[in-house]
Design a protein around this ligand. Structure first.
Ligand SMILES: Nc1nc2c(ncn2[C@@H]2O[C@H](COP(=O)(O)OP(=O)(O)OP(=O)(O)O)[C@@H](O)[C@H]2O)c(=O)[nH]1
Ligand SMILES: [Mg+2]
Length: 347
């Protein structure tokens, strides 16, 4: 199966070392104390670490810069400044990390829990106490902290789609993926707008770090696709390894063919359209034809609630109990859809 690449480019920066301190002992009855400036703390490192619970690089598309903290300055009384806090970037297993400027692969992460140091924090500067010699007992200088390192890296991850979106051309598959994920495929009011598969990462819930899954939108299928009609079945291999299929039925097409006077005929046509596509899938590969599906009737913004309810009733009679009425354009029932998809994926 062709793989999709998820990628993100980010800037990382390790912390500066804290400067060393210039100070002298000041004690009662000790008029000229020796140098007592402590060292600066070390700047924080930037690490990267694999975590098997992550599946995508989505978070790195939203935040583009990661900085570790600077080390604190040294203080009098030989006190060393505290070290700057490290930053650890969590990435999914399978991520390849490159230097963005040279393209060189820094590391190919294949196992859970691998840690890699991307940018070492700057060394803390030495306090003036280090510079006292027999001839120079009161140095009025200390070492500055070493600067942190800035680096640009590129993260790449090969993704496998969890859910494949299928349906007639123009059914609204690309619109749907654009509404539930950050993918921005071409959308237009003519068949075969999508010429190559698109991939979208869908987040379940709004918070950063909540589970995600991957959907693939493929070019539309038509009757005879398995004989090479339309774009044929060329792209079906892209969804062969998905966990299940989301079958999108085109409500607008049925509206044009049947109007809304006969909800029963409309419901039967929903089933017929589904079966036509199923037959094509099956001819291409019985395994794909038998893959589990979730069914949605799309473009429901074109119908009244009452009509949809009646259609649903007829569908139930036809043993189609699990069909969700949605509208990609009007964002109807999409949260419910994402939740159902996630539940089905065990997320
Ligand atoms: N009224 C309405 N129109 C929609 C909806 N979703 C998509 N459309 C329209 O349907 C047309 C086709 O949408 P696409 O998302 O390109 O359809 P597709 O299934 O990806 O089409 P192909 O890539 O050709 O297979 C566009 O004009 C969309 O604006 C919807 O929920 N309601
Ligand atoms: Mg499309």
């Amino acid at each position: 199966m062709a793989k999709f690449i998820d990628e993100a480019s980010i800037t990382i920066q390790s912390g500066n070392g804290g400067p060393g301190c210039v100070a002298f002992h000041r004690e009662k009855y000790v008029p000229k104390g020796g140098p007592s400036g402590g060292d600066g703390g070390k700047g924080g490192d930037v690490w990267i670490e694999t975590n098997r619970n992550l599946a995508t690089l989505l978070d790195y598309r939203y935040r583009l810069k990661y900085e570790a903290k600077n080390g604190k300055p040294g203080q009098g009384g030989m006190k060393t400044g505290s070290d700057g806090e490290d930053v650890t970037l969590k990435i999914p297993v399978g991520t390849i990390v490159r230097d963005l400027d040279t393209g060189e692969v820094l590391e190919d992460f294949t196992e859970h829990g691998t840690r890699y140091l991307l940018c070492k924090g700057g060394r803390g500067g030495k306090g003036n106490s280090h510079f006292a010699t027999s001839t120079h007992q009161a140095p009025r200088f200390a070492q500055p902290g070493e600067e942190g390192v800035v680096r640009k890296i590129k993260l790449e991850l090969k993704l496998l789609a969890d859910v494949g979106i299928i349906g007639y051309p123009n059914a609204g598959k690309s619109t749907l993926i654009s509404k539930i994920s950050a993918a921005r495929p071409k959308i237009a009011d003519y068949p075969f707008t999508t010429l190559v598969p698109n991939l979208g990462v869908v987040r379940v819930g709004k918070e950063i770090g909540s589970p995600t899954f991957v959907v693939a939108d493929i070019p539309g299928l038509i009757e005879g696709a398995s004989l090479g009609r339309g774009l044929g079945t060329k792209f079906l291999k892209h969804i062969e390894r998905t966990k299940f299929l989301l079958h999108v039925i085109d409500g607008a097409k049925l509206l044009k063919e049947f109007g809304t006077d006969d909800p029963k005929a409309f419901a039967q046509a929903v089933v017929r359209d589904k079966e036509i596509i199923d037959a094509e899938l099956y001819t291409f590969s019985p395994e794909l034809g038998e893959k589990a599906q979730m069914l949605v009737l799309n473009k429901c913004d074109l119908f009244t609630d009452e009509f949809l309810k009646t259609v649903q009733k007829h569908l139930t009679k036809l043993k189609f109990t699990d069909i969700l009425m949605i509208s990609g354009v009007a964002h109807q029932n999409l949260d419910d859809l994402v939740e159902r998809l996630a539940r089905r994926l065990g997320l």
